[in-house]
Design a protein around this ligand. Structure first.
Ligand code: HEC
Length: 128
């Protein structure tokens, strides 16, 4: 991606500084570099776009064993009722939990692996 940006800058530099080199070749190269760059930017955007709730649930079910889910439940029961009543997983959607959990697992001072297990348990039982 950076390579294409450099090619594009170089082409633009050539075109601006020396109109005589502004022939079919540099023009074509400029267009190709610009379009590849744009295509890559759009591709990157879609690749990093958020997962659907269904995908997020399928992913935690794939990555966490039954035992780890149980551990998540135990942690959830033990640490998520300290400041307020326990908010059971089915009371909220996957999307809502994804927004709330990072803040709450931090408040509950859970380690990253513990937070992962809590998230797995909660998402597996949340509304879609
Ligand atoms: C240190 C105190 C504390 C702990 C521990 C804590 N919470 Fe909370 N929680 C709060 C406070 C304060 C609010 C209300 C203000 C807010 O939303 O930040 C809240 C709000 C919530 C809400 C409602 C937010 C909304 O927008 O609907 C949910 C759901 C929730 N907590 C879940 C959890 C879960 C799950 C855990 C365990 C991982 C947890 N909380 C641990 C303090 C805590």
């Amino acid at each position: 991606m950076v390579n294409y940006a450099i090619v594009l800058c170089y082409c633009l530099y050539l075109q601006i500084n020396n109109p005589f080199i502004m022939n079919k070749f540099t023009t074509a190269l400029t267009i190709v570099a610009a379009s590849v760059l744009m295509a890559q930017c759009t591709a990157k955007k879609t690749a990093t776009s958020a997962k659907s709730p269904e995908e997020a649930v399928a992913e935690v079910k794939r990555n966490y064993s039954e035992a780890q889910m149980e551990e998540g439940k135990t942690l959830f029961m033990g640490s998520c009722n300290k400041c307020h009543d326990l908010k059971e997983p089915p009371t909220r959607t996957v999307t809502q939990w994804e927004r709330i959990l990072p803040r709450m697992t931090k408040k509950a001072k859970l380690q990253a692996d513990q937070a992962g297990k809590v998230r797995a348990y909660v998402l597996a039982h949340a509304k879609l």
